[in-house]
Design a protein around this ligand. Structure first.
Ligand code: BG6
Length: 470
């Protein structure tokens, strides 16, 4: 038997990923307005609070706003080929509906992208990652309002034009499927008593689909060379048993995620969604113009996050034994170990996910988030021996290499949080993902000093050898 080549393509985009609201801090500096994250001190899954007395770690983040040069120098040392971040909407349009953009905010990202390029990194930019302007929530009801499409389009056009030539890889919305799981963060949605929540969530999703298509249109007009993708939180789902009911339940559960990429990649609602809408009293306005723009402006690539896999079952008893997971709870998989936060670690599931997406869409794929959130211990000599993180990443990269050998067109890999930052689900700093440790704790104490962990040299070598030495 001849041997199959298992290697990453030349020019593979190795790097790391962050989001503005989880690390920049400076939440009221240089004209920035308040965003949904600024009033979510307990993270995206919990009720929001505007109580100024409540500690909100997003407010200061890890002070990346002032320290980005130092941090990018560390990523440069790691050998990053790219760096994924997002643009805080409220730095550019503080209220979302402002007539003119805020020059100070625009200038910050100019400097940031210039610095990335100086360090040899291709910027990969998410236009909106979990932080819409709070004013759009209060005044318009968030994404339930059609008017928000226009505000987003203006924001997207402004940044696409301004950073044309500096940014080649874009994504329209982070984890667009999150609107169904964390509606305030994903869609700026606050419900009234008795409202049909599902209906409102899909209405918001529809507005985001149209907005996303308009951003794709703008990007293609401004620079046909640039690549603009969608971004979903992959939730690959296995049936608990071979019972055909479980198998179909897994298919249906997985479609709750894939419906989002189906629309953005293919440009129309698949019939299984239309049936679901009819059976669940979901009705929202879709105009002929919406349909046209969605169909004509589909994404160039599929970005996705992958942390774990899920299980579906129709067995009520089993459903009661649910485990914690990113954005939703799920049935425990007896074959997998869990992280300290209950996320079930499944490297092989990443190969499966890559193959499913590749077979389904035949488009380039980009893993824009993956990693292990863990508690790190600082040893007496100041070192951090995070072998568990190395093990997690190694196992996932091995499976990526297999998927590439399967024929998947994978263009890059950015690990989540290459430097410790504030968690999205729980808004804490104790849950760390970085190769670089940041001295700051859940109470907001610490010097913010940066220290390299053991995984730093390991990932550096992975990049240096283009994923051959793991
Ligand atoms: C993804 C988000 O869902 O998971 C990130 O896009 C988030 O914003 C990441 O930080 C990890 O989740 P958490 O809750 O551990 O921060």
């Amino acid at each position: 038997m001849a041997e199959v080549k298992k290697e990453f393509p030349q020019g593979f985009l190795w790097g790391g990923a962050v989001a503005a609201n989880q690390l920049e801090g400076a939440y009221q500096e240089d004209g920035k307005g308040l965003s949904t994250a600024d009033v979510s001190p307990d993270g995206i899954m919990y009720p929001t609070s505007e109580d100024p007395a409540k500690l909100n770690l997003y407010h200061d983040g890890i002070d990346f706003y002032h320290r980005y040069k130092e941090d990018l120098a560390l990523f440069g040392e790691l050998g990053f080929k790219c760096f994924r971040t997002s643009i805080a909407w409220t730095r550019i349009f503080p209220n979302g509906d402002d007539a003119e953009p805020n020059e100070a905010g625009l200038k910050f990202y100019d400097d940031l992208f210039d610095e990335m390029r100086k360090q040899g990194m291709e910027p990969v930019v998410t236009i909106s990652h979990y932080e819409m302007p709070l004013n759009l929530v209060k005044k318009y009801g968030g994404w339930r309002s059609r008017e928000v499409i226009g505000f987003y389009e203006k924001f997207a056009r402004t940044v696409l034009e301004r950073y044309n030539g500096k940014v080649k890889y874009w994504m329209t919305f982070n984890e667009i499927n999150v609107v169904l799981h964390a509606p305030f963060t994903g869609g700026g949605l606050v419900f009234e008593e008795g409202e049909n929540k599902l209906n409102i969530m899909y209405q918001a999703a529809h507005h985001q689909f149209v907005a996303s298509a308009l951003a794709v249109k703008a990007s293609h007009e401004i620079n046909p060379e640039a690549q603009i993708g969608c971004m979903i939180a992959a939730m690959t789902t296995y049936p608990l048993t071979p019972n055909p009911d479980d198998v179909f339940a897994a298919l249906e559960q997985e479609r709750k995620t894939l419906q989002f990429s189906d629309v953005q990649v293919r440009g129309y609602y698949p019939n299984y969604m239309k049936r679901y809408f009819v059976e669940n009293d979901i009705e929202f306005k879709v105009t002929a113009d919406d349909e046209k723009v969605m169909r004509e402006h589909t994404v160039d690539y599929i970005g996705f996050s992958y942390y774990m896999s899920f299980i579906a079952t129709t067995d009520e008893e089993k459903l009661k034994e649910a485990t914690a997971a990113n954005l939703m709870t799920g049935v425990k998989n007896p074959y997998l170990k869990s992280s300290e936060w209950g996320w079930q670690i499944d490297p092989k599931g990443l190969r499966t996910t890559l193959n499913i997406l590749s077979d389904r869409y035949q488009k380039p794929l980009f893993i824009v988030e993956n990693g292990l959130g863990a508690v790190d211990k600082v040893e007496e000599d100041g070192s951090i021996q995070d072998d568990y993180r190395i093990d997690y990443l190694r196992a996932h990269i091995e499976q990526m290499r297999e998927a590439v050998a399967d024929g998947v067109d994978l263009i890059g890999y950015t690990t989540w949080g290459p430097i410790d930052l504030v968690s999205a689900s729980t808004a804490e700093l104790k849950k760390r993902y970085g190769f670089v440790y940041v001295d700051r704790d859940n109470e907001g104490n610490g010097t913010l000093e940066r220290t390299k962990k053991k995984s730093f040299a390991w990932y550096q070598r992975v990049i240096e050898t283009n994923g051959q030495e793991l």
